[in-house]
Design a protein around this ligand. Structure first.
Ligand SMILES: [Zn+2]
Length: 182
């Protein structure tokens, strides 16, 4: 199993994560499924997520309602969810699943975790060991990982995003927009 991110989904994940930093964002992934691959075509940020610093309350039923509305009007289906792990104080965020993440993991589909930390030099986007995607934007260091339930175990699966690879966020220039952390 692998998870494939479209350009839309990649940008959506980044914007969602940076927007609410240092809080967590949460949303659903819409797309379609192939036998050995989940295609995440775009993301829908979840407006009503109860955001706290360490935890976002997942509500799969609400996600299903959104997905049903989407299904009724388009060819997309709900293929998973995502949330961010923001840096907390001096504690660096990772893409590891928390205990709550494990407990609330939905058997069907994928979960993408986006870890965001600040204070990093710009580096080019690319794949890193373990099937993750990593890069920087506006001084934030970002890592994305995808998980999938395989039997009873939740395992990390390769996250594929051709658009992200080699992508370098635009640096400060006359036309760029700077995002400052709070
Ligand atoms: Zn989490």
């Amino acid at each position: 199993m692998e998870v494939y991110l479209s350009e839309n989904a990649f940008v959506g994940l980044l914007v969602s994560t940076v927007e609410v930093y240092r809080r967590e964002c949460f949303g659903i992934l819409l797309g379609h499924r192939e036998p050995d691959r989940i295609m995440a075509d775009f993301v829908v940020p979840y407006q009503s997520a109860v955001r706290k610093f360490q935890e976002v309350h997942m509500d799969w039923q609400r996600g299903q309602r959104v997905a049903e509305a989407v299904r009724a009007t388009s060819r997309w289906e709900l293929v998973g969810d995502y949330h961010s792990h923001p840096m907390y104080g001096e504690k660096k965020a990772t893409t590891k699943l928390s205990r709550a993440d494990h407990e609330s993991f939905h058997a069907d589909g994928t979960s993408i975790i986006v870890a965001i930390n600040d204070g990093h030099r710009q580096h080019r986007w690319g794949y890193v060991k373990g099937g993750l995607i990593s890069g920087t934007i506006n001084g934030y260091s970002i890592r994305m990982a995808a998980y999938h339930k395989d039997g009873d175990a939740v395992i990390r699966v390769p996250l594929i995003c051709p658009y992200a690879v080699g992508f370098t966020a635009k640096t400060k220039g006359p036309t760029s927009v700077e995002v400052h952390p709070d």
